[in-house]
Design a protein around this ligand. Sequence first.
Ligand SMILES: Cc1cc2nc3c(=O)[nH]c(=O)nc-3n(C[C@H](O)[C@H](O)[C@H](O)COP(=O)(O)OP(=O)(O)OC[C@H]3O[C@@H](n4cnc5c(N)ncnc54)[C@H](O)[C@@H]3O)c2cc1C
Length: 915
Amino acid sequence: MFRSLPMPWIAPVCERTKEAISPLGGGNALHALHHIVSEKAHVILGVHEVERFNIMLVTYVDHMQFIAIFCFIISDFVIKKVAALVIHTADRANPKKNEPEGDAMKSRTKVVVIGGGIAGCSTLYHLTQEGWTDVVLVERNELTSGTTWHSAAQVTNFGMNQTMVGLKTHSINLYKELAEDPDYPINYHHGDGGIRLANTPEQMQGYRHFASMARGMDVHFEVIDAEECARRHPLISTDNLLGGLWDPLDGDIDPAQLCQALARRARKAGAEIYRNTPVTGLTQHKDDTWTVHTEHGDIDCDIVVNACGYRVNEVGAMMGVHHPVASMEHQYFLTEEIAAIRDAGHRMPLLRCPISDYYCRQEKNGLLVGFYEQDCKTWGMNGIDPNFVNALCPDDLDRVTDVLEGAFARMPALMEVGIHTVVNGPITYTIDGAPLVGPIPGKRNAFCIIGLRAGLGEGGGHGRLLAQQIVHGEACYDTWCLDPRRFTGHTNVELTALKAIEDYQNEFRFHFPHEHRPAGRPAKTTPLTPIFAAEGAEFTVVNGWERVDYIKPGSDFHPTLSFSFDETFDVVARETKNLQENVGLTEVNGFNRLEITGTDRHEFLDRMMCGAVTKRDRRVGLGYLLNHNGMIKAEATIANLPASDRGPARVWYGSAAASEYHDMDWLQAHLHDGEDVQIRSLTNDQTILVLAGPKSRDVLSACARGDWSRDAFPWLSVRECFVGIAPATVLNISFSGELAYEIHVPNASLYAAYLSLRKAGETHGMKLFGARAIESMRMEKGFLHWKADLLTEFDPFETGLDRFVKLTKGDFIGRNALQKRLESGPQKKLVSLKIDTTKAPAHGGASLMLDGVVVGTITSGDWGHRTGLNLAYGFLNPEFSEPGSRMQLDLCGELIGAEVIAPSPYDPDLSRVRS
Ligand SMILES: Cc1cc2nc3c(=O)[nH]c(=O)nc-3n(C[C@H](O)[C@H](O)[C@H](O)COP(=O)(O)OP(=O)(O)OC[C@H]3O[C@@H](n4cnc5c(N)ncnc54)[C@H](O)[C@@H]3O)c2cc1C
């Protein structure tokens, strides 16, 4: 089989390898071998040990897609013989030609991970780390033969929230450990550092916020000026540059070695990997277990994981699911040697440029430059050639001319150097740019780790968080920002592609607070959306829903995007004032509403919720659902409706917009056999009109028959009625702190209800208001937002919800764990704070500091227009959580005074709400 080699570099490499590694042995020999071959090989596919250094197989692929398999026969640490086999990857493209390799296939296992890129390898490895070793990975071709093999493989610590920063830190720590493994070292540059450039004050302000946020995760970024950028990266010009964010641990890794190292460790722990084994079908059984059908036989398992990169929807279709993931073509090139880099005496830091949309890192003594061009291209929209394996798309540098010019201007050295390789490959995007890592909506025992656009940097962390979810039900961080259930129902192929294009075009441009980009809008609307638009509404987007944000003072009103208070400040102040003095009307669409019927509905809810569940007809209560660790899972309003001509006796379970799939999953999963409980979603059928303010009772009384007096319909009541001619269900509850009514109306009658309310409001000074006013007012009332302030990382006592817990009521989910947590005392406490500035709100994630040490983290913040206070919520170390305790907030790089205050600074005894 072994024959002479067409690649001219292979024979010398064999010789030099022989000379260099013979005296070394062990890990050093491997290290030397990597070093020598990686000078020439474009991508290293992997190292396979057979009988620990007696026979060593090393696989490499060069940029022409040739693969060389070296066979070193070693005895007493001396290479006795070297042989090599060269094949072209085209031979590997047809999986049918290949027999399954590796272990003999099991017929049953606990978990089957489908896909052997970074996502699959990391998941497999982390499952073994979490204690599950009877696990299998199935790969249709060779490991890394999807996107992973040709990745630029930059590994940054930068993330948009603390979960992302935390998971990237895990990647970095794991990769360092792998790189330093003497038995199997891999190439990882993690000390080069990297700069994210900025040319506007707003970008610099954003970087300062992200630095403040990362500090809470023990990650230390620096915000540096243009001169310092140039000092750290001698090749760049400072024209049109203000500065940047310095990430000291930025670097790059060999993607194939990384996957092989993870696979090797997983195997050592007991996992098995079947290569050249395409999955052809999936069958789910009545007991929710699965059979994975492959070209080489079936594997029964409890749980399946889709880690199929750009083929995600091929495997999704096998289980009847469409995942909102689309692929884009993405290019980088590699330059010849640049003398200034060769002679620099240090490696160049990485660059990421939101001004001209490129990234750049050192590769050998040249540069690797990648582009996010505006004239970008989706890929694989009409299906993917089954033979697209270890393959690339055709080069198309013409497409990137716009961004190339920006890169040339920033790094003039690029203009004088040749390009020796262009790589153009598919990269996956989702609806909001973040991957989908977690349970697959609507399926039991099925998970995914897909839509990774920075999978090499993030893959270590994502694999860990997914494995924790699979094994323990929950991860160490709140993973909502990655949860596949965060999109509900509107994520079709067309919308996904539009958002993927937009995201690709803005790869390095972070979202500012209140920024909602235009692609794929409007996706979800109600009959009132165009009416509000005609009234001058600006919309915010909540899980695809267009929701009124505020009413613009004029059609040319365009607030500045920044982290400071902006031009909407006075607009919101006016809306709030009118609501406080008169009455306001808005629509809260997309709010999750589940109808729970059946005679066991209250017992069921008692089991699900940690407090006393309101059971009385026509009464409303608020409650919390915990996970099995006693941490906050969900928040729900429970409204008890008696039987009527609209239906049987039932509970309306209301929870945050976007929580529909999440909450439905959790509730359905905990139904007992034989229990008389039925749950159905009304989320898309009904919309809420919120009527709030001291005159709201007058407005309601004017258009809905019945006695709406305080005695007849007090706070926390629910009643069915008609608003005008529209059937409505009215709840007397308030998120604003004013007397308020939630009026739930079927969408078909929404416009009719709106017209009646508008007419009735004419004589009471009724005006429209939006989500920004609600946000401001809820800050003044101590009301919390799910997934901003209510997180799975904290229990209800830590979150200040003691009054919603009743440990004595009998068993409920999370009770035992919560009892234990209570005994060991809180790790953190959620507090209300006032911030000593009128310039900017506190932003979620920002660090609270005392004597230079982080003592807490902001969850949300906004100006309270009725109290005149800059307010925030945050989790603090318990010893600093008493009212009066003072500290500093790192607000976009400025240390500002902050003080813990009693919750609900506006009307703390709820007199207005109960009025
Ligand atoms: C040009 C380029 C540059 C990039 N640069 C960076 C970077 O600098 N930093 C970074 O972090 N990320 C980068 N990325 C992104 C990164 O490479 C990807 O996010 C990552 O490789 C995705 O890994 P994956 O495991 O999800 O997918 P893949 O690597 O595509 O793996 C999926 C695997 O599933 C297998 N599979 C598919 N269908 C089946 C089936 N039916 N049965 C069995 N197996 C199946 C495939 O064969 C494949 O091996 C870059 C991407 C591109 C294209």
